[in-house]
Design a protein around this ligand. Structure first.
Ligand SMILES: Nc1ncnc2c1ncn2[C@@H]1O[C@H](COP(=O)(O)OP(=O)(O)OP(=O)(O)O)[C@@H](O)[C@H]1O
Length: 226
Protein backbone atom coordinates (compact mmCIF):
# COMPACT_ATOMS: atom_id res chain seq x y z
CA UNK A 1 0.00 0.00 0.00
CA UNK A 2 0.98 3.61 -0.45
CA UNK A 3 1.71 5.98 2.40
CA UNK A 4 -0.62 8.98 2.51
CA UNK A 5 0.70 11.60 4.90
CA UNK A 6 -0.84 14.74 6.36
CA UNK A 7 1.64 16.84 8.32
CA UNK A 8 0.23 19.68 10.42
CA UNK A 9 -2.37 20.43 7.77
CA UNK A 10 -4.59 23.48 8.12
CA UNK A 11 -7.10 24.77 5.64
CA UNK A 12 -9.17 27.92 5.54
CA UNK A 13 -11.76 29.00 2.96
CA UNK A 14 -11.40 32.81 3.09
CA UNK A 15 -11.14 33.43 6.85
CA UNK A 16 -13.01 30.28 7.87
CA UNK A 17 -10.72 27.57 9.29
CA UNK A 18 -12.09 24.14 8.30
CA UNK A 19 -9.07 21.89 8.97
CA UNK A 20 -7.11 22.61 12.10
CA UNK A 21 -3.87 20.66 12.46
CA UNK A 22 -4.34 17.28 10.80
CA UNK A 23 -1.53 14.74 11.31
CA UNK A 24 -2.23 11.36 9.79
CA UNK A 25 -0.25 8.58 8.13
CA UNK A 26 -2.53 6.26 6.19
CA UNK A 27 -1.03 2.97 5.02
CA UNK A 28 -4.00 0.63 5.43
CA UNK A 29 -5.86 -0.88 2.51
CA UNK A 30 -9.27 0.39 3.61
CA UNK A 31 -9.66 3.68 5.46
CA UNK A 32 -13.03 5.28 6.26
CA UNK A 33 -13.58 8.93 7.14
CA UNK A 34 -16.74 9.98 8.95
CA UNK A 35 -17.97 13.14 10.64
CA UNK A 36 -20.83 15.60 10.81
CA UNK A 37 -21.83 17.81 7.86
CA UNK A 38 -19.30 20.57 7.43
CA UNK A 39 -16.66 18.94 9.66
CA UNK A 40 -14.04 19.05 6.88
CA UNK A 41 -14.10 15.50 5.46
CA UNK A 42 -14.42 16.45 1.78
CA UNK A 43 -11.70 19.04 2.11
CA UNK A 44 -9.43 16.41 3.66
CA UNK A 45 -10.25 13.83 0.96
CA UNK A 46 -9.69 16.34 -1.85
CA UNK A 47 -6.20 17.07 -0.57
CA UNK A 48 -5.12 13.49 -1.30
CA UNK A 49 -5.16 14.13 -5.04
CA UNK A 50 -4.57 17.87 -4.97
CA UNK A 51 -8.08 19.08 -5.73
CA UNK A 52 -7.57 21.30 -2.68
CA UNK A 53 -4.16 22.38 -1.36
CA UNK A 54 -3.63 23.03 2.34
CA UNK A 55 -3.34 26.63 3.47
CA UNK A 56 -0.43 25.36 5.58
CA UNK A 57 1.20 22.00 6.18
CA UNK A 58 2.02 19.25 3.71
CA UNK A 59 0.17 16.33 2.16
CA UNK A 60 2.34 13.71 0.48
CA UNK A 61 1.87 10.36 -1.23
CA UNK A 62 4.85 8.01 -0.88
CA UNK A 63 6.97 11.07 -0.22
CA UNK A 64 5.63 12.96 -3.25
CA UNK A 65 4.54 16.46 -2.20
CA UNK A 66 0.99 16.67 -3.58
CA UNK A 67 0.82 20.44 -4.17
CA UNK A 68 4.15 20.39 -6.05
CA UNK A 69 3.56 17.26 -8.14
CA UNK A 70 -0.04 17.48 -9.11
CA UNK A 71 0.25 15.61 -12.38
CA UNK A 72 2.19 12.66 -10.96
CA UNK A 73 -0.19 12.55 -8.00
CA UNK A 74 -3.27 12.47 -10.23
CA UNK A 75 -1.85 9.35 -11.91
CA UNK A 76 -1.46 7.71 -8.52
CA UNK A 77 -4.73 8.82 -6.95
CA UNK A 78 -8.13 8.35 -8.54
CA UNK A 79 -11.06 10.33 -7.16
CA UNK A 80 -14.72 9.32 -7.17
CA UNK A 81 -17.18 12.15 -6.52
CA UNK A 82 -20.58 11.92 -4.86
CA UNK A 83 -22.32 12.92 -8.07
CA UNK A 84 -21.02 10.96 -11.07
CA UNK A 85 -22.41 13.64 -13.40
CA UNK A 86 -19.49 15.76 -12.20
CA UNK A 87 -16.94 13.40 -13.67
CA UNK A 88 -18.53 11.98 -16.79
CA UNK A 89 -16.88 13.97 -19.56
CA UNK A 90 -17.50 12.11 -22.81
CA UNK A 91 -20.70 11.39 -24.74
CA UNK A 92 -20.68 7.60 -24.61
CA UNK A 93 -19.90 5.13 -21.86
CA UNK A 94 -16.95 3.58 -23.74
CA UNK A 95 -15.48 6.93 -24.74
CA UNK A 96 -15.68 8.15 -21.17
CA UNK A 97 -13.66 5.20 -19.86
CA UNK A 98 -11.11 5.54 -22.71
CA UNK A 99 -10.74 9.27 -22.00
CA UNK A 100 -8.75 8.51 -18.82
CA UNK A 101 -6.06 6.88 -20.97
CA UNK A 102 -5.43 9.89 -23.20
CA UNK A 103 -1.85 11.14 -23.07
CA UNK A 104 -0.63 7.91 -21.47
CA UNK A 105 1.39 6.88 -24.52
CA UNK A 106 -0.65 3.70 -24.93
CA UNK A 107 -1.46 2.57 -28.49
CA UNK A 108 -5.01 2.66 -29.79
CA UNK A 109 -5.21 -1.11 -29.40
CA UNK A 110 -3.93 -0.99 -25.84
CA UNK A 111 -6.48 1.69 -24.97
CA UNK A 112 -9.25 -0.41 -26.53
CA UNK A 113 -8.16 -3.54 -24.63
CA UNK A 114 -7.90 -1.79 -21.28
CA UNK A 115 -11.18 0.04 -21.80
CA UNK A 116 -12.97 -3.20 -22.67
CA UNK A 117 -11.56 -4.88 -19.55
CA UNK A 118 -12.70 -2.00 -17.31
CA UNK A 119 -16.18 -1.96 -18.85
CA UNK A 120 -16.42 -5.71 -18.34
CA UNK A 121 -15.26 -5.52 -14.73
CA UNK A 122 -18.01 -3.04 -13.87
CA UNK A 123 -20.72 -4.78 -15.89
CA UNK A 124 -20.91 -2.03 -18.51
CA UNK A 125 -19.78 -3.84 -21.66
CA UNK A 126 -23.23 -3.92 -23.22
CA UNK A 127 -23.68 -0.21 -22.57
CA UNK A 128 -20.38 0.86 -24.20
CA UNK A 129 -22.06 2.64 -27.11
CA UNK A 130 -24.82 4.19 -25.00
CA UNK A 131 -24.97 7.92 -24.21
CA UNK A 132 -23.57 8.20 -20.69
CA UNK A 133 -26.26 10.65 -19.58
CA UNK A 134 -28.95 7.99 -20.14
CA UNK A 135 -27.54 5.64 -17.50
CA UNK A 136 -29.25 5.18 -14.14
CA UNK A 137 -27.65 6.73 -11.05
CA UNK A 138 -26.10 3.41 -10.04
CA UNK A 139 -24.80 2.76 -13.54
CA UNK A 140 -23.32 6.26 -13.69
CA UNK A 141 -21.45 5.63 -10.46
CA UNK A 142 -20.17 2.34 -11.91
CA UNK A 143 -19.03 4.28 -14.98
CA UNK A 144 -17.25 6.82 -12.79
CA UNK A 145 -15.48 3.95 -11.04
CA UNK A 146 -14.57 2.25 -14.32
CA UNK A 147 -13.16 5.54 -15.65
CA UNK A 148 -10.98 5.88 -12.55
CA UNK A 149 -9.87 2.25 -12.32
CA UNK A 150 -8.91 1.98 -16.00
CA UNK A 151 -6.03 4.36 -15.22
CA UNK A 152 -4.74 1.83 -12.66
CA UNK A 153 -4.21 4.28 -9.78
CA UNK A 154 -2.54 3.06 -6.58
CA UNK A 155 -5.13 4.81 -4.44
CA UNK A 156 -8.86 5.41 -4.89
CA UNK A 157 -10.47 8.19 -2.86
CA UNK A 158 -14.28 8.20 -2.86
CA UNK A 159 -16.23 11.12 -1.41
CA UNK A 160 -19.68 9.91 -0.35
CA UNK A 161 -19.96 7.62 -3.39
CA UNK A 162 -23.25 6.10 -2.24
CA UNK A 163 -25.07 9.16 -0.92
CA UNK A 164 -27.21 9.71 -4.03
CA UNK A 165 -28.03 6.02 -4.53
CA UNK A 166 -30.87 3.83 -3.33
CA UNK A 167 -30.00 1.04 -0.91
CA UNK A 168 -29.51 -1.64 -3.56
CA UNK A 169 -27.20 0.48 -5.69
CA UNK A 170 -25.36 1.73 -2.61
CA UNK A 171 -24.69 -1.87 -1.61
CA UNK A 172 -23.53 -2.73 -5.11
CA UNK A 173 -21.14 0.23 -5.31
CA UNK A 174 -19.84 -0.62 -1.87
CA UNK A 175 -19.15 -4.20 -2.89
CA UNK A 176 -17.29 -2.90 -5.94
CA UNK A 177 -15.19 -0.62 -3.74
CA UNK A 178 -14.53 -3.45 -1.29
CA UNK A 179 -13.31 -5.66 -4.12
CA UNK A 180 -10.76 -3.20 -5.54
CA UNK A 181 -7.06 -4.07 -5.44
CA UNK A 182 -6.28 -0.42 -4.75
CA UNK A 183 -5.83 1.29 -1.43
CA UNK A 184 -9.24 2.86 -0.77
CA UNK A 185 -10.15 5.94 1.28
CA UNK A 186 -13.90 6.47 1.60
CA UNK A 187 -15.76 9.43 3.08
CA UNK A 188 -19.27 8.38 4.01
CA UNK A 189 -22.31 8.90 6.20
CA UNK A 190 -23.28 5.24 5.62
CA UNK A 191 -21.52 3.91 8.70
CA UNK A 192 -22.42 0.27 8.11
CA UNK A 193 -20.30 0.36 4.95
CA UNK A 194 -17.17 0.68 7.08
CA UNK A 195 -17.58 -2.34 9.32
CA UNK A 196 -14.94 -4.39 7.53
CA UNK A 197 -12.51 -1.53 7.04
CA UNK A 198 -9.02 -1.49 8.55
CA UNK A 199 -9.27 1.94 10.11
CA UNK A 200 -11.87 4.66 10.63
CA UNK A 201 -11.14 8.31 11.32
CA UNK A 202 -13.73 10.61 12.85
CA UNK A 203 -13.36 14.28 11.93
CA UNK A 204 -15.03 16.81 14.18
CA UNK A 205 -14.71 20.52 13.67
CA UNK A 206 -11.62 20.21 11.48
CA UNK A 207 -9.71 17.91 13.83
CA UNK A 208 -9.20 14.19 14.28
CA UNK A 209 -11.66 13.26 17.02
CA UNK A 210 -11.14 9.48 16.87
CA UNK A 211 -8.82 7.24 14.88
CA UNK A 212 -9.33 3.58 15.56
CA UNK A 213 -10.77 0.24 14.49
CA UNK A 214 -14.20 0.64 12.83
CA UNK A 215 -16.05 -0.54 15.90
CA UNK A 216 -14.31 1.74 18.37
CA UNK A 217 -14.23 4.76 16.06
CA UNK A 218 -17.89 4.38 15.09
CA UNK A 219 -18.90 3.92 18.74
CA UNK A 220 -17.09 7.15 19.56
CA UNK A 221 -18.80 8.89 16.65
CA UNK A 222 -22.25 7.65 17.62
CA UNK A 223 -21.64 8.80 21.20
CA UNK A 224 -20.55 12.20 19.89
CA UNK A 225 -23.73 12.49 17.83
CA UNK A 226 -25.69 11.65 20.97
N1 LIG B 1 -15.07 25.92 -1.91
C1 LIG B 1 -15.48 26.34 -0.71
N2 LIG B 1 -15.55 27.65 -0.41
C2 LIG B 1 -15.95 28.07 0.79
N3 LIG B 1 -16.31 27.26 1.80
C3 LIG B 1 -16.27 25.94 1.57
C4 LIG B 1 -15.85 25.41 0.31
N4 LIG B 1 -15.90 24.06 0.39
C5 LIG B 1 -16.34 23.77 1.62
N5 LIG B 1 -16.55 24.90 2.35
C6 LIG B 1 -16.99 24.96 3.75
O1 LIG B 1 -16.01 24.31 4.54
C7 LIG B 1 -16.62 23.52 5.57
C8 LIG B 1 -16.14 22.08 5.43
O2 LIG B 1 -16.65 21.57 4.21
P1 LIG B 1 -16.41 20.05 3.76
O3 LIG B 1 -17.14 19.90 2.47
O4 LIG B 1 -14.96 19.73 3.82
O5 LIG B 1 -17.17 19.27 4.93
P2 LIG B 1 -17.75 17.79 4.97
O6 LIG B 1 -17.38 17.27 6.31
O7 LIG B 1 -17.32 17.03 3.79
O8 LIG B 1 -19.32 18.06 4.91
P3 LIG B 1 -20.53 17.17 4.32
O9 LIG B 1 -20.65 15.96 5.17
O10 LIG B 1 -21.70 18.10 4.49
O11 LIG B 1 -20.21 16.87 2.89
C9 LIG B 1 -18.13 23.67 5.39
O12 LIG B 1 -18.58 24.64 6.29
C10 LIG B 1 -18.28 24.19 3.98
O13 LIG B 1 -19.41 25.03 3.86
Amino acid sequence: MSQIEFRNVHHAYADRLVLDGIDLTLTEGRVGIVGANGSGKSTLARMINGLVDPTSGVVSIDGLHVAKNRRAVRRKVGFIFTNPDNQIVMPTVGEDVAFTLRRTGLSKDQVATRTAAALDRFGLSELAEQPAHLLSGGQKQLLAMASVIVGDPAIVVADEPTTLLDYRNARMINEMLAGLDQQVVVVTHHLHLLENFDRVIVIEDGRVYADDTPQRALDAYRALLG
